[in-house]
Design a binder for this molecule. Structure first.
Ligand SMILES: Nc1ncnc2c1ncn2[C@@H]1O[C@H](COP(=O)(O)OP(=O)(O)O)[C@@H](O)[C@H]1O
Ligand SMILES: CC(=O)OP(=O)(O)O
Ligand SMILES: [Mg+2]
Length: 392
């Protein structure tokens, strides 16, 4: 590796693909720029941020199954800003690592097949990452590819926490709680160690399109609101969060809904979108005056506060609540809505600090600290990719 080598990251989430460009500087990956493609938007565009500058560039390519057009055009646009000939590797975020992948790996055929085998456990996310992995192998075969897993950070959880109350034989077959958003939680754990070292027992709320909470003790995962699948836990943009399993039986049995219809309902038509009937985006709901919009937001904050209470029980106490990801970082109204419901627990918010998205948003008297921390999954993917490259 020369000092000017570049490393790219691809973070394929449920709604967007976030691309990162890093320079390799010895053992350190330095962020040079980031891009976001919203795969649902028409027309497609690549929003690219370099330093303090942001460019919005239209893409002519269509979203095809193989994604070749999107990748070719993205590389061509990045080449206007970066020396793409110096790219040596691409690190991917892969949502499900199952039991097999508990740390980052180089993507050879066996590892890629192993990731493919986990599609049934994350049908919304896993295929997206695999499409990018396969397309890059085809179009840029000289690039080393690595995978970092959302589930890996949670491997430290107790067997008891990972268990669903179903027959033991199913647990042994892998039907258990895994936990997700681990790359984000790993980044937040390192930020907390630096900026709030006294917050030993913390609940981190990753509130994006997908949303979950993690109970952390000294930076180690003890519990996560997402368990077996990315449907679990708190309501999200279009997913319901945990749901009485009797609802599924009723829909399938009494209402004769097909598996495909139920899957579509749970992954794409529930959550904030389903409850409001208006939008999946909290930005729209907070400015919409209709009562259904307000109710969706209120259900979101009620369920987050309830889950924080449950996590305090797992941790046996609570020193800090941390908000992160799109909603957590940018929406004071949601943070205040959650905090208000935790006043009884000793959490009080400073309105001015909250409105300014400050690092500490709790008051001096608050028994529990509240923080806002910007997450950076791409940095974790890059750091892990670099470790894999250096070990080769
Ligand atoms: N600048 C912002 N201001 C307010 N809300 C935002 C902002 N950016 C993102 N959001 C909210 O965060 C959500 C997306 O969060 P993000 O963490 O980017 O999710 P994902 O990784 O799942 O795409 C959006 O739907 C929106 O509700
Ligand atoms: C795990 C998950 O739900 O990811 P995202 O938030 O990117 O949809
Ligand atoms: Mg995300």
């Amino acid at each position: 590796m020369s000092s000017t080598d570049l490393l790219l990251t691809f973070n394929a989430g449920s709604s967007t693909v976030k691309v990162g460009v890093f320079s390799i500087d010895g053992a350190v990956a330095r962020h040079l720029g980031r891009g976001v493609i919203d795969l649902r938007a028409e027309p497609l565009s690549l929003g690219l941020t370099r330093g303090s500058q942001t460019f919005d560039m239209p893409l002519k390519a269509e979203v095809t199954d193989d994604l070749h057009g999107v990748i070719d055009e993205t590389f061509a646009l990045l080449a206007d800003e970066f020396d793409m000939a110096a790219a040596v590797a691409v690190g991917h975020r892969v949502v499900h690592g199952g039991e097999r992948f508990t740390s980052a790996v180089a993507l050879d055929d066996a590892a890629t097949d192993g990731i493919e085998a986990l599609i049934p456990l994350a049908p919304l996310h896993q295929p997206q990452a695999l499409r990018f992995i396969r397309a890059l192998r085809h179009l840029k075969p000289h690039l080393v590819q690595t995978a970092s897993f959302d589930t890996a950070f949670h491997a430290t959880q107790d067997d008891l926490v990972r268990r669903l109350a179903i027959p033991r034989s199913l647990h042994e077959e892998g039907i258990k709680r895994y936990g997700f958003h681990g790359l984000s939680y790993k980044f937040i754990a390192s930020e907390l160690a630096r900026k709030a070292p006294h917050a030993a027992k913390a609940v981190v709320a990753h509130l994006g399109s997908g949303a979950s909470l993690c109970a952390m003790e000294d930076g180690i995962s003890r519990d996560c609101s997402m368990g077996f699948s990315t449907l679990d836990g708190i309501p999200m943009a279009t997913r319901p969060g945990c749901l009485d399993p009797g609802v599924i039986l009723h829909l399938a049995g009494e209402r004769k809904r097909s598996l495909g219809e139920i899957e579509d309902l749970l992954y794409h038509r529930s959550g904030l979108l389903g409850v409001s009937g208006i939008s999946a985006d909290t930005r729209d709901l907070l400015t919409d005056g209709r009562p259904e919009a307000r109710q969706a937001i209120d259900l979101f904050t009620l369920r987050i506060a309830g889950e924080i209470g449950r996590m305090a029980a797992t941790l046996g106490g609570l020193d800090a609540v941390v908000f992160t990801a799109g909603i957590g970082e940018h929406q004071p109204e949601i943070r205040a809505g959650v905090a208000k419901r935790l006043f009884w627990l000793g959490l009080s918010i400073d309105e001015t600090a909250n409105a300014a998205d400050s690092f500490t948003i709790s008051t001096g008297e608050s028994r529990i600290a509240a923080h806002v921390v910007a997450t950076d999954e791409e940095q974790v993917i890059a750091d892990e990719a670099l470790s894999v490259l250096r070990a080769r």
